[in-house]
Structure formats: structure tokens, C-alpha cells
Design a protein around this ligand. Sequence first.
Ligand SMILES: NC(=O)c1ccc[n+]([C@@H]2O[C@H](COP(=O)([O-])OP(=O)(O)OC[C@H]3O[C@@H](n4cnc5c(N)ncnc54)[C@H](O)[C@@H]3O)[C@@H](O)[C@H]2O)c1
Length: 307
Amino acid sequence: MRVLVTGGAGFLGAWVARRLLAAGHQVRIFDRSQDRRLVHSILSDAATVEWCHDDITQAEAVESAAEGCGGIVHLAAMLTPACQANPVLGAQVNLIGTLNVFEAAKRHRIRSVTYASSAGVFGADDGAIPYPDTHYGAFKLACEGSARAYWHDAGIGSVGFRPLVIYGPGREVGGSAGPTIACRKALAGEAYAIPFTGETDMIYVDDVAAAFEAAVTRTIAGAHVFNLRGEVTTVTRILAEIEALVPGARLSAAGGSLPVTAHIAAHDTSSVLGPLPHTSLREGLSRTVQYYRDRLEAQREGQRQAS
Ligand SMILES: NC(=O)c1ccc[n+]([C@@H]2O[C@H](COP(=O)([O-])OP(=O)(O)OC[C@H]3O[C@@H](n4cnc5c(N)ncnc54)[C@H](O)[C@@H]3O)[C@@H](O)[C@H]2O)c1
């Protein structure tokens, strides 16, 4: 099956594309960004990927990109800080962009859409009843409502996932990128402060990609939304784990906690999606450090050969 992955030039998109290609599917990435470096660093077979460089706010562009696709993974979005800086643009990209994706599915009779919602639909105190404190969370919650309307009005099934902090190789953007950036900075010997403190829920990127793969490759009836939990931890423990992997790392943390509760309610995904992998925080951080270590060594080798 050919799968349209919107936002596929980004962090999670690269990992979803990697899984889909490994399972024998074709991948068409739709992304405004022309920067293909992340996809090439995460995928060994990136040459087979088709690219559409356009804007998710442009309905016709999304519709034409969906032609010939059997499934859609919709990830294109502005993250929390970008929505805070420009809420109107945030609504155009995150909300209208999502409607454009469902309209494209309707136009091409694609029976379901798999999309990224977020644990940002929750506020700081309650991980069961959505009550967002951010524009980003408010737009994601509105997308979930529209997904239900598309099921009722047009019979388009959907699965929306609500992860909290996704971490792993390639995570560089957004308010919760700190733990991943800390892995890279530690190896480079640079001082770095994770810009938040307290508790949060951390989920390894390939576990999230596996959930998207499971959803997009199944026949979906209904409009489902699932909280996607990883491991609840403190920033203090994250620092300790990275320091154990990179002795001498110069890391710290500063600021308040994230505006989303760390304790999001457990949802049973198994009846719709089957079993999903769960990578421990220790293992996920170890893989992340290894990725940046390999990259750093390759860069140093390149510099040695050039000099
Ligand atoms: N990273 C996390 O911790 C996290 C947590 C919960 C939910 N999510 C959601 O997962 C999805 C992917 O997040 P990510 O971490 O990979 O972010 P990312 O910023 O790395 O990727 C998003 C991609 O969307 C593209 N994009 C942005 N605006 C666009 C537009 N107008 N038209 C076309 N493309 C556009 C960007 O160029 C980028 O490649 C997003 O929907 C995000 O809200 C992420």
C-alpha cells in the first residue's frame, strides 16, 4: 500500500516512514520543509520515498498528494511554542490542515486516517478529562472532534494518538525536545540545561511509530482516540540516566514543569491495534545516545579525511 505521511520530513514522520518501508509499503511524504537530512539519517532506504513539498493549509495540494494512496498518517503540525507565538497560524496549520487531510481522504475514498493528537489535550492536573491550557492542546482536541464528525458524516474511520514527550534520535524541535538534545550535547562535551523540570511521561519514538503503523495498516471502524503512555519519570532521573551513559556530561535542568500532567490515563489499544512494543526509558536513552555517538564519530572521520 502507498501511505501518505504528512509532516514526514520531521522527527516522528521519519520513524513512521522507516517502519512502513521496512514492512514493504510505499511512502509518499508531504511536508513544507525541503530539508531531507533527517529522513536520510533515520532511513537506510530513503531513496524510494516520494516527496511532495507543499503546505498542509493548501487543500488542493493535500488532495492531489493523496491520490493513489491507500492510507494517510497525518503528522504535519506546529508544536506548542510555535502555536503560542502565532495562534492564528497554528489554527490554520493544525486544525484547517487536519480538515484538509480528511477532505482529501473523502475525495479519494481512503477509508481511514491515522493522526497525531497529543497529551497536550490535558491540563496540568487531570490526565483523564481533556482540559487544555495551550492553543496547541486546544487545536488537537478540536481535531479529535472533527475526526468523530467525519466518521458520522462520511464513514471515514480514524485513530488519533495522544503521546506526551516523544524522544529519540532526531528530536530537535518543540518545548519537550530537551531530553534528546541533552543526549547530543552530552556527547559533544557541551553544557546544556533541559528547559523544564519536574515529572513527565516519556515515550520512545519507535514505539509511537509502531502504533501508527498498526493503525494505518488495519481496517478501522469508528473514530478512536488513544492516550499513548511511555514511562513516567522525573527530569532528575533523565539527567542521571544520560550521565551514566556519557560520564562527565555537563547537564542540568531549569524552569517549571511542562503544562501537561505526567499521569495520563491508561487506554487499552490492544483490541483495535493488537500488541504494541514498549521500550524502557533506560533502553530508549541508550539507543538515542548511541545514534548521536555514531553520528559524531562519522562527522569526525569526515573531518579527518578532509584535512
Ligand atoms: N514530539 C512530541 O513529543 C509530540 C508529542 C505529542 C504529539 N506530537 C505530534 O506528533 C506530530 C509530529 O511531531 P514531531 O515531533 O515529528 O514534529 P516535527 O516538527 O519534527 O515535525 C512536524 C513536521 O510538520 C511539518 N510542517 C509544519 N507545518 C507544516 C505545513 N504548514 N505544511 C506542511 N508541513 C508542515 C514540518 O516541516 C515538520 O517536518 C505532530 O502532529 C505533533 O503535534 C508530537
